[in-house]
Design a binder for this molecule. Structure first.
Ligand SMILES: Nc1ncnc2c1ncn2[C@@H]1O[C@H](COP(=O)(O)OP(=O)(O)O)[C@@H](O)[C@H]1O
Ligand SMILES: [Mg+2]
Length: 369
């Protein structure tokens, strides 16, 4: 019996959240609505999640004493980002259940291990190769062909740590610019669209998937999500089935996001898995206002050992991220009929920084070019 099967919180119990960003903030707000307390652990004194909890620990992830005190204050521990250091998770897991389980981080922190895992399940991905030197990069290019995408195995997000390699590019320069010896090369996928599935899995193995979401990125950062995705129902069912298979194979407890590409195959459209996020996901923010139960509440229910909800979508939904200077427009958004505005309470609006989002349920503005 694993620790996850023993967790059964009562209202008034405390959840520890590693990471103090907007995801931690929205998790804590969802927990509060269910009568649960949260304590947030983050090294950043300006963490937006600190503002919505009574107890916060501002310490480094390597601070064992602070981790032990934190664990002593909480009943179960979860995280809002996948790059939780293994040593941190180990210290915590020795004292309290950590959900999703620590071993899941090992799979999802590394793009190569993650892709191998997905492939072993018989799920399609872009063709990929392990790259650890200029020689292996050249060999990978010879096999996979260009254009291709090189990605660092670890710590990439919002398009950071990756580059497209095109015919004629200076390969030695690309390799030098990447600044790591641990990468993968992926075939460039000329996708029709990008979709994601937000799935929740409880400790007893029940899985609930939200409607498939369609995602538009700008400058590699999610800009707009729409639910439901404009794809045939069989394809949507295939996408949900893939997310369920991944969640079950990981013996996952909590919410995860699976990013996928829709591509045209010989027999019609099919999906390829791009990456797995072992946490609540930006493309699931629409569920806050667009569904009867949000992804944040589902995650809290799952790690609390409570039954998952059966979320009902309230209509077609569009979620628009407010990135960087977009935040300067928040007063206009406040006046848009039907719009629900979420601001994360972050400091300076640096370029690329996620500052808030807006949900619109019902009337959907036409797709931008
Ligand atoms: N193999 C690929 N082919 C085409 N586009 C890609 C490929 N890999 C990534 N992209 C594009 O870059 C975006 C970010 O890549 P992703 O692997 O999701 O990294 P992260 O979100 O961690 O930065 C994707 O959402 C997609 O738009
Ligand atoms: Mg991604």
């Amino acid at each position: 019996m694993t620790a996850s099967h023993r967790v059964k919180l009562k209202p008034g119990d405390t959840i520890g959240i590693l990471g103090g960003g907007q995801l931690g903030r929205m998790l804590a707000m969802a927990a509060a609505r269910l009568g649960l307390r949260c304590q947030v652990f983050s090294p950043d004194p300006d963490s937006p999640a600190f503002d919505v909890v009574l107890n916060a620990t501002c310490a480094e992830y390597a601070d064992v004493e602070a981790l032990e005190l934190f664990a002593g204050d909480v009943d179960v521990i979860t995280y809002e980002f996948e790059n939780v250091p293994a040593a941190t998770a180990m210290v915590l897991a020795a004292r309290r259940p950590v959900l999703p389980a620590q071993k899941i981080l090992e799979t999802t922190q590394d793009r190569l291990i993650e892709k191998d895992f997905v492939k072993k399940l018989g799920i399609g991905t872009a063709d990929y190769a392990d790259v650890s030197s200029i020689e292996t990069l050249r060999a990978a290019i010879a096999r996979i062909k260009l254009p291709a995408v090189i990605k660092t195995r670890r710590f990439g997000y919002d398009g950071k740590g990756q580059a497209i390699i095109r015919e004629g590019d200076d390969i030695a320069q690309v390799w030098q610019d990447l600044g790591t010896k641990s990468a993968i090369l992926e075939a460039f996928i000329p996708f029709d669209r990008e979709i994601s599935v937000i799935a929740a899995r409880s400790a007893d193995g029940a899985v609930e998937c939200y409607d498939v979401t369609e995602n538009e990125h700008r400058d590699h950062i999610l800009k707009i999500s729409r639910a439901p995705a404009d794809i045939p129902e069989e394809l949507a069912a295939e996408a949900r089935g893939i997310a369920e298979k991944i969640a079950s194979a990981l013996d996952y407890v909590g919410v995860l996001g699976v990013e996928m590409f829709v591509v045209q195959g010989a027999g019609g459209p099919r999906v390829l898995v791009n990456e797995i996020a072992p946490r609540v996901h930006n493309s699931g923010h629409w569920t806050l206002d667009g569904a009867s139960i949000s992804q944040f509440e589902q995650h809290i229910r799952a790690i609390a050992g409570w039954p998952l909800g059966k979320p009902v979508r309230h209509g077609p939904v569009i979620m628009t991220n407010l990135i960087g200077d977009d935040i300067n427009d928040f007063e206009r958004w406040l006046t848009v009929p039907g719009a629900t505005v979420h601001l994360y309470g972050k400091g300076p609006a640096r370029p690329g920084r996620k500052m808030g989002h807006v949900t619109q349920v019902g009337a959907i503005p036409p797709k931008s070019g």
